[in-house]
Ligand binder design. Sequence first.
Ligand code: HEM
Length: 334
Amino acid sequence: MYKDGKSKPMEHEMMSFSLNVMTKVAIGLRLTEVDKIIGEVPNTDFLSLVNKTKEVMCTRILNPWLLLKPIWRLHPLSNLTEIVSFVGRRVVTESFKWVGNHADDDTRGLQHFLQNSGVEFDGVYEESLTVISAGYETTASSLHFLLFFLALHPNHQEQCRQEIDAVFEDVDFCSNSQSFIHYDALTQLKHLEMCVSETLRLHPNAFLLMRKIEAELELDEDLILPANTNVGIFIPGIHKNPELYPNPEKFIPERFLKEETSNRHSYAYIPFSAGPRKCIGYKFAIMEMMTATAKILRHFHISTSSKLEEVVLLPHITLTPEKPMDFVLTKRKL
Ligand code: HEM
């Protein structure tokens, strides 16, 4: 994966790590097992297929005439929709059998619970793909940026590392000092959790929430939105409001100390949305990011030659860097 002290992008590793977590959670299978199932489809692996699906969605959103089926059929990417549906159905069908043959707690995904609750195949298929698509790239991109901010701010990286070392060296938290990390241990990583929050403030990758308002909404004396208006809520506009966050472009994790958050409106921070449609996976995503970062910082120092001001973000459904950032990982002596 890496050469000690050599500069390297880590986007691919973050993507495959996060997709592996999501396939395991949703259908009980690791990415390598999913790839084995779809092995018969030429030149296809699940990660590329999922990424291609995003390309299809972006192409159609940015060129709305492609939403018309007769025109879309002429587009070179159009056959991908059928491939995705074929592969997705095949993977879920096979995972039913696979999990049936390996039915211990460790191999159970969401699909297993839906199946046992009597949900039909189509329902299981849809829910599994929803969870994979909602949870995979959002978390991968957030983790990518968390590592980037920690690489840009060695002081915060070191503060996180001190907490992480304390946890890894405590037998109550880690059964084996190098790898397994207990759930309770994550609650000790206070600075790391604040770094996660600050990353999601600066880089809320699911950046636009769409709603249709049911009733008239008065924003100002002369600004009234009629009922049924479609509204886009641009999250960076809130997260970078200097009245809420002084020096909004600066990475300051201490903004998330309890005494600071209790003075802010609860909707001043909404990387996972809010209300009844708030992300169902938000706690899971935070735990996943903290676990991965704890393991990386335990074994490596990370730095970067990329500059924040040079990172160009494209609004490709989620905020996506035009080019991945470079990282240098240097092995620690433990
Ligand atoms: C850092 C990572 C994540 C971010 C930033 C994020 C963000 C969001 C946001 C903003 C929404 C609300 C969309 C809206 O209100 O219109 C949402 C919904 C959702 N998220 Fe997440 N999410 C993340 C990770 C996850 C994970 C790990 C899972 C699954 C375990 C997940 C599953 C979902 C689902 C199922 C929905 C609901 C979709 C729907 O209502 O149709 N998310 N997420």
